[in-house]
Design a binder for this molecule. Structure first.
Ligand code: HEC
Ligand code: HEC
Ligand code: HEC
Ligand code: HEC
Ligand code: HEC
Ligand code: HEC
Length: 364
């Protein structure tokens, strides 16, 4: 934060790159292409053996032979379940080429990949109880969290096996036959380009409860991420939308309201009207004064402490929003509480320029 010439250089780079952003990022394009048989199996049988594999999908060389062959077909006649097609036995590959498509890998079974995508990676949370806090525990990857019997902050109850309480149980009527990945990616749209950011929606999608944003074309694969080319998430300024009902908040299509679907009370704005907060605020504008003046995410965006935007297509400094993903990843990370950085390294009086210090620049 003290290196002025670096930020000047970044600003210059920013002006050069703004032109490119329209080309490399788009509202939401997820439409697959290519031979049907790459992804579908009509009878789950070829030469008399099962085609479907579940768990641990793609090997290093791009073959799909790992995981367990399964006689039981899955919905949409796919060659794999969600976990299977989006995982890899290779330690480090996080994008696998399949015909014309690139498959974003969210679970590497060998190690935490050095180039994890924006959501992080499920590797750690697959390693057993000690690592339960390093990710969302989802069915097909990990057992039920040993400590958390519900989503912390959930005040909407739901039955014991609902997604608000656990994502680690098999699909049943109690989780709308979803659970696991689809507890969060409730409706998926592989054959459509629509405005659902990363298929993030819910059982209230028909009422407008889904997330919007501008998607980075390579899911923030580190080699392809630049100062201006990254995900842009939608956020809202809760001061301006009033207290509203739950549905009204969901209809803002913000990323933090989405997390609030299961972690509702963590998204409260308790504290407004007093001079202190009762929980770390989200969905408030990142002030332009005081210690926050030094972080201008329009010209100096930090993927380690990102912000959302009131309008993700036209990011403005006075519309930068603190969000849940400012501190957390979502799938899994290398740190407890799915944080983006090691919280134990955030030490007042010993600034390291990372994590909390990106915004709280005077707590050094
Ligand atoms: C046969 C392989 C396959 C299966 C099975 C599969 N996917 Fe995908 N998925 C893909 C490919 C390929 C893409 C990349 C599409 C693109 O280029 O944006 C993708 C993209 C995604 C994305 C990112 C969308 C975006 O906006 O970039 C999500 C989220 C996702 N899949 C979730 C799921 C879920 C949940 C399931 C289970 C219902 C599932 N997938 C099953 C192949 C698969
Ligand atoms: C790269 C992988 C991939 C390829 C190639 C692919 N599909 Fe799919 N398809 C999926 C996935 C994943 C789903 C899961 C549900 C969803 O997202 O709609 C799906 C869902 C479907 C569905 C049900 C949902 C809908 O949108 O109607 C149909 C029908 C379908 N595919 C037909 C086809 C046909 C026909 C082809 C070839 C012309 C094809 N698919 C090629 C991955 C693929
Ligand atoms: C569909 C419900 C659901 C949604 C949506 C959801 N979560 Fe969770 N979350 C859970 C459940 C259930 C747990 C407790 C079990 C576990 O750790 O998986 C949890 C646990 C967590 C934990 C603690 C992990 C641990 O084990 O200590 C964090 C941090 C977290 N969620 C953050 C988020 C963020 C950030 C978002 C939005 C990007 C989000 N969650 C969206 C259901 C959800
Ligand atoms: C707790 C909710 C939650 C669960 C459970 C979850 N996802 Fe996601 N997923 C998200 C969010 C939020 C994003 C957007 C991350 C971002 O852009 O920072 C995302 C992004 C993705 C992407 C795009 C790649 C990336 O890292 O941005 C894929 C592919 C995907 N998810 C697939 C899956 C699959 C497969 C599973 C199950 C193994 C799964 N997700 C489970 C919430 C979830
Ligand atoms: C300013 C950074 C920051 C923001 C923003 C943030 N969190 Fe956290 N979160 C943390 C830290 C740090 C922890 C570790 C425990 C603690 O200090 O409270 C944590 C812990 C958690 C836990 C685990 C609680 C438990 O009992 O184990 C959940 C769940 C969670 N956060 C969800 C959210 C959700 C949902 C949002 C958005 C509404 C959010 N967080 C916004 C930093 C943040
Ligand atoms: C993306 C920017 C951002 C990050 C990252 C961030 N904060 Fe904050 N934090 C804020 C903003 C903005 C406020 C509210 C400021 C205001 O009310 O004017 C705030 C408020 C707080 C408060 C409450 C202050 C009060 O007056 O009640 C504490 C304590 C705090 N943050 C600690 C942390 C810690 C610890 C971390 C790292 C785990 C962290 N923050 C990370 C932006 C951030």
């Amino acid at each position: 934060m003290t290196n002025i010439s670096l930020s000047e250089r970044k600003l210059l780079l920013y002006s050069i790159l703004t032109l490119a952003v329209g080309l490399s990022a788009s509202p939401a394009t997820a439409k697959v292409s290519g031979v049907c048989g790459n992804c579908h199996t009509m009878h789950n049988s070829q030469d008399g053996t099962a085609v479907l594999h579940s768990g641990a999908g793609w090997a290093d060389d791009g073959t799909f032979s790992s995981g367990e062959a399964s006689e039981t077909p899955v919905g949409y006649l796919l060659i794999a379940d969600c976990v299977g097609c989006h995982s890899s036995t290779s330690a480090d590959k996080t994008i696998i080429q399949l015909g014309d498509n690139r498959i974003p890998i969210v679970f590497n079974t060998g190690a935490y990949p050095s180039k994890a995508l924006a959501g992080g990676n499920f590797y750690n949370v697959s390693r057993g109880e000690t690592y339960d806090g390093y990710g969302h525990n989802v069915y097909g990857i990990s057992e039920h969290d040993s400590k958390l019997m519900t989503a912390p902050g959930n005040n909407r109850c739901g039955n014991a096996n609902s997604c608000h309480n656990t994502l680690a149980v098999a699909p049943t009527a109690q989780n709308d036959y979803r659970g696991s990945c689809q507890g969060c990616h409730y409706n998926v749209y592989h054959h459509q380009d629509n405005d659902r950011y990363r298929f993030l929606n819910s059982h209230d999608e028909q009422f407008g409860a889904y997330v919007q944003g501008v998607e980075h074309a390579s899911w923030e694969y580190p080699d392809d991420t630049t100062l201006t080319d990254h995900n842009f998430y939608k956020g809202v300024d809760r001061d301006n939308i009033g207290q509203g009902g739950t549905l009204e908040l969901k209809q803002t299509q913000g990323i933090s309201s989405y997390c609030a679907g299961c972690h509702n009370t963590f998204h409260s704005i308790e504290g407004i009207g007093t001079d202190t907060w009762l929980r770390h605020p989200t969905d408030i504008v990142l002030p332009e004064e005081g210690e926050y003046a030094q972080y201008n995410p329009v010209t100096n965006y930090e993927t380690q402490s990102p912000v959302a935007w009131i309008n993700p297509a036209t990011p403005q400094r006075d519309e930068a929003i603190v969000m849940c993903l400012s501190c957390h990843r979502v799938h899994g990370s290398e740190h407890p509480d799915i944080l983006r950085w090691d919280y134990s390294e955030m030490v007042a009086n010993q600034p390291n320029g990372e994590g909390c210090f990106v915004c709280h620049t005077t707590k050094d």
